[in-house]
Every structure is written in structure tokens, then in C-alpha cells.
Ligand binder design. Sequence first.
Ligand code: MG
Length: 198
Amino acid sequence: MAKQIFRKKKNRNLLLNYFKPSIYVQNVNKINLESLKKHGIKVFICDLDNTLTPFYRRIPNTDNLNLIQRVEKLGMHFVLLSNNAKKRVESFANKAGIEHYYWNAKKPLLKYFRVISKKFNVQPNEIIMVGDQLITDVFFANRAHIESILVVPVAGVDESNRLVRLLDRLVYKRLAQRNILHKGFFDEGEYGIDYDIL
Ligand SMILES: [Mg+2]
């Protein structure tokens, strides 16, 4: 009986690991891109809403443009992967000069992980996923066995998916209870230090 309880507990922790980011930073500009490059990352997948920009803002800012430029200058591909609609994603991508973008991605489903891997001919260890949500972006990354970077949502609210936000908050709470992740306790943004691979 005792053994069974222990196993159940362990499984629950294992499940929570699917929501654990490899790196947690305040925002996308804190990411040490050179260290990603150094560790062999070739494809930088980035969420759009509340990661790059608030969901209501249509125009990329200077920081966005700089980030995209720096990623590409280092020889990595910048890929926009959003669960939002075509109109929103395409318009932003065009304004930001992003060549590779996918809308309606349905993260955490892995359809576009396969599409992107094939397109750029890369292995999971050559891809990183950057996003603001545990149950879409980080879960997507862990299901795909790729590393992930979690950022704080740039806007507090996201009207488009209240349920996702609610679940996200719940997972944050559980991760904190288990000492896996604490809101606001950021990493340095350097890849390869103090992270676990599933
Ligand atoms: Mg987002």
C-alpha cells in the first residue's frame, strides 16, 4: 500500500516536469543568444503574443527587431510559432521581417515541431522554444524533447485564452509547491547551466 502511494506521488512529479522550462528569464532580451549558438542551437522558435509583444500590439518594437536581427546574425533561424490566427501572425511577421512563421499552431500539439524539424533538417537538440506560457510553449518543448526558455508575459492579461491562463496559473502554483519553479526567480539566461533534460 505504502509503495503504491509513493509511486503515485512520483508520477505526479514526473508529470509536472513536463511544465518545467530549461531556463527562466524576465524577457526575451535577457536571453544569452551567444550561449545558445555555442551550444549548437540552430533554430530559435519564438511565441508571439505576450512573449515578443502584448497581444493587442500589432507593430514590432525596436527590441523585437534587434532580437530577430541578432538571432539571424548568429546564424540561427528565427521562427515565429503562434497559436493565434493567420491575420495577426502574418501581419506581425511581415512588419518584423520574419521569414518563417506559423499560425494556428495548436501548441502543445507537435505538428509544427515536425514541420520545422523537417524544414530546417535539425535534431531536437538544435532547437529551442521561447514562450510565456507553461501549458502551451513549455509543454510543447518538453513533449518534443527540446529545451525551452520561459519569459514573463509582457502584458498581464490575454483576453484570447482565459482558460489557458487559468490552467497556467494552476501549474505555476504546483511547480512552486514542489520547489521546481518560483515566479520571479530568474536564471541568468545562459544556456547549458543548471537545467534538466527530460
Ligand atoms: Mg504567448
